[in-house]
Design a protein around this ligand. Structure first.
Ligand SMILES: *Cc1c(COP(=O)(O)O)cnc(C)c1O
Length: 460
C-alpha cells in the first residue's frame, strides 16, 4: 500500500499542456559521430551545393537539410501556434492491449492521428509551408502516396494561402477518391501520377502505360513541376533530413511525457516508409544512445513488400524514379524498384532516410519486415481493445509491439515498449474490407525482382 501511495499512477492518457509543445526541434545529426553521407549531384557526383538545392527547395529547408551540427533549432512562434491546433499529441498507456495480451510488459503509444489529415505528416507540412510563405513564394508542389502527406500539405497551404499542387500515386488516386476530395476541398490541385503533364511522367507512361505509379515517380513529376514554374518550390513529406528534424517533436513530447512518470523505455518501435515518423519518435532517445547514456532498443518496421532495410543495399542511389533528384547514400531497393500495390501506400518508397540508414548501418537501429495479413491482424486486434482504427502503415508498428509484448510474456520480463501510432485508417476501408473477406493478397517479393532493382542502381 505504502509503495503504491509513493508511486505516481500513470494515467491512461498522458496529456501535456500547450506550453510543453517543444520550443526547438532536435537535430540528432549533431550527436552522430558517423554523420549521414552528403547528397551528390547526379551530374558531377560531387556533394550538392546549397546553391543547387535552392532551385528545388525553399531556402530555410535547404539550410536545415545541410545542417549536421546545430543540436537544437528553434521553432518559429507562428509554427508553434499552428501546432497548438492539434498538439501536444497524447501518449497513451495501452492498458487494454496489455490485458488482452496478458503480458507483464508496459505498452505506450504516441498517437499522431488527432488532426483532419489523420497522420503525423502535418508536423512537417506546417513548417515547410511556412518557410515557402516567408520566402514570398506563390506555391509549392509535392507528391503523395496514400494521400496523407498531400492532405497535410493542403491543410497547411490553405492556412498560409499558398497554391498547392499534388501529384498523387495513381493506384492511391483510384483507391482513395475521398482523400483526393479532402485535398481539393482545402484548395489543392491533384493530378494522378504518372501523368502526361510532365516530361518525366510522359516518359514513364510511354514505357509502362499501365503503371500504378510509385512515390519515386510522383516525386520526379512534382520536382519538374516546381523547377519549371516561377515562384514555386518542391516540398517532400518524408525521407529528407529536414523532415526528420520537424518530426522530432513526436519524440520530444514522448520523452517529456515519460519523464514525468520516471518511465524509461526498453524498446521503441516505429513503422518506416521514408523514415520520418520513426526518426522523429526515436530522435531524443537515439541522441541518448549516441551519447552513451542509454541502451534502449530502437526498431524499424517495414513492409515485406518494400523492405529497404532488411533486404536493401546501403549505397548511393537516386531518390526518385525519374533520376532528376540528387543521389543519397541510404538503404535502398533501387530507384526503379516497383513495390507490389499493397495497402500501406505510405510505406511504398524504395529508399530510407540517410540518418536512419547510417544508424542502422552502425548497429544503433534494428529492423524487421512484416507481411500484409499479419499487419491487418494486429490492426484489428488493436482496434477491438484500444478503440482507435489504425492506419495500415501505423499497424506495422502495432504488429511488432505485440510481438515484443508476447516475447515479454514468454520471458516474464516487464519491459516498457513504446510505439508510434502514426495515424488513423478511415480511408483504408477497402483494404480492411479485403482483410475481413480473407482476400488480402500476399505476394512474396522474389529475389529476382530485388536483383532487377539493384542492377539499375548507379555505379558506386
Ligand atoms: C506517411 C505515413 C507513414 C510513413 O512515412 P514515414 O516518413 O516513414 O513516417 C506512416 N504512417 C502514416 C499514417 C503515414 O501517413
Amino acid at each position: 500500500m505504502a509503495d503504491k501511495a509513493n508511486r505516481k499512477e500513470v494515467p491512461y492518457k498522458i496529456i501535456l499542456s500547450e506550453d510543453e509543445i517543444p520550443a526547438s526541434w532536435y537535430n540528432m545529426r549533431a550527436d552522430m559521430k558517423n554523420k549521414p553521407a552528403p547528397m551528390l549531384d547526379p551530374g558531377t557526383m560531387e556533394p550538392v551545393t546549397e546553391e543547387a538545392l535552392r532551385h528545388v527547395f525553399c531556402d530555410e529547408a535547404v539550410r536545415q537539410e545541410l545542417d549536421n551540427e546545430t543540436r537544437f533549432i528553434p521553432i518559429p512562434e507562428d509554427i508553434r501556434n499552428f501546432y497548438r491546433m492539434y498538439r501536444p499529441a497524447p501518449l497513451i498507456h495501452a492498458e487494454f492491449l496489455e490485458k488482452m495480451l496478458d503480458t507483464p510488459a508496459k505498452i505506450f503509444y504516441k498517437f499522431e492521428g488527432n488532426n483532419t489529415s489523420g497522420s503525423h505528416k502535418l508536423n512537417s507540412a506546417i513548417p515547410q509551408a511556412y518557410f515557402a510563405k516567408s520566402q514570398g513564394l506563390k506555391g509549392i508542389t509535392t507528391e503523395t502516396g496514400a494521400g496523407q502527406w498531400g492532405t497535410a500539405l493542403s491543410m497547411a497551404c490553405a492556412f498560409y494561402k499558398l497554391d498547392c499542387r499534388v501529384f498523387m500515386v495513381k493506384c492511391s488516386y483510384e483507391q482513395k477518391p475521398f482523400r483526393r476530395e479532402i485535398m481539393r476541398t482545402y484548395g489543392a490541385q491533384v493530378t494522378p501520377s504518372p501523368s502526361d503533364t510532365t516530361e518525366v511522367g510522359r516518359r514513364i507512361l510511354a514505357e509502362f502505360p499501365d503503371s500504378p505509379g510509385s512515390l519515386g515517380c510522383a516525386v520526379s513529376e512534382a520536382v519538374e513541376a516546381a523547377v519549371t514554374r516561377e515562384g514555386y518550390r518542391y516540398v517532400l513529406g518524408s525521407v529528407l533530413n529536414q523532415v526528420l528534424l520537424h518530426q522530432s517533436i513526436i519524440g520530444l513530447e514522448t520523452k517529456t511525457a515519460l519523464d514525468k512518470y520516471g518511465i524509461k523505455p526498453d524498446v521503441i518501435i516505429g513503422c518506416a516508409g521514408g523514415g520520418s515518423n520513426l526518426g522523429g519518435l526515436i530522435a531524443p532517445f537515439a541522441g541518448e544512445k549516441l551519447r552513451g547514456e542509454s541502451d534502449c532498443r530502437l526498431v524499424a518496421v517495414e513492409p515485406a513488400s518494400c523492405p529497404s532495410f532488411t533486404r536493401g543495399r546501403f549505397a548511393y542511389d537516386f531518390c526518385d524514379t525519374g533520376r532528376i533528384c540528387p543521389l543519397a547514400k541510404m538503404y535502398t531497393l533501387g530507384s526503379s524498384f516497383m513495390p507490389a500495390s499493397t495497402h500501406a501506400g505510405g510505406l511504398r518508397y524504395h529508399g530510407m532516410n540517410p540518418v536512419l540508414s547510417q544508424l542502422y548501418h552502425d548497429g544503433l537501429l534494428e529492423a524487421v519486415a512484416a507481411t500484409q495479413n499479419d499487419v491487418f491482424r494486429a490492426a484489428t486486434a488493436f482496434a477491438r481493445v484500444e478503440g482507435i482504427l489504425p492506419a495500415p502503415e501505423s499497424s506495422h508498428a502495432i504488429k511488432v509491439a505485440i510481438d515484443e509484448a508476447l516475447r515479454c510474456k514468454r520471458t516474464g520480463k516487464a519491459e516498457t515498449i513504446v510505439f508510434g501510432l502514426t495515424g488513423t485508417g478511415y480511408f483504408d476501408m477497402v483494404a480492411y474490407g479485403k482483410f475481413n473477406d480473407g482476400t488480402l493478397s500476399e505476394e512474396p517479393l522474389t529475389e529476382e525482382a530485388l536483383q532487377k532493382g539493384f542492377a539499375a542502381m548507379p555505379r558506386q
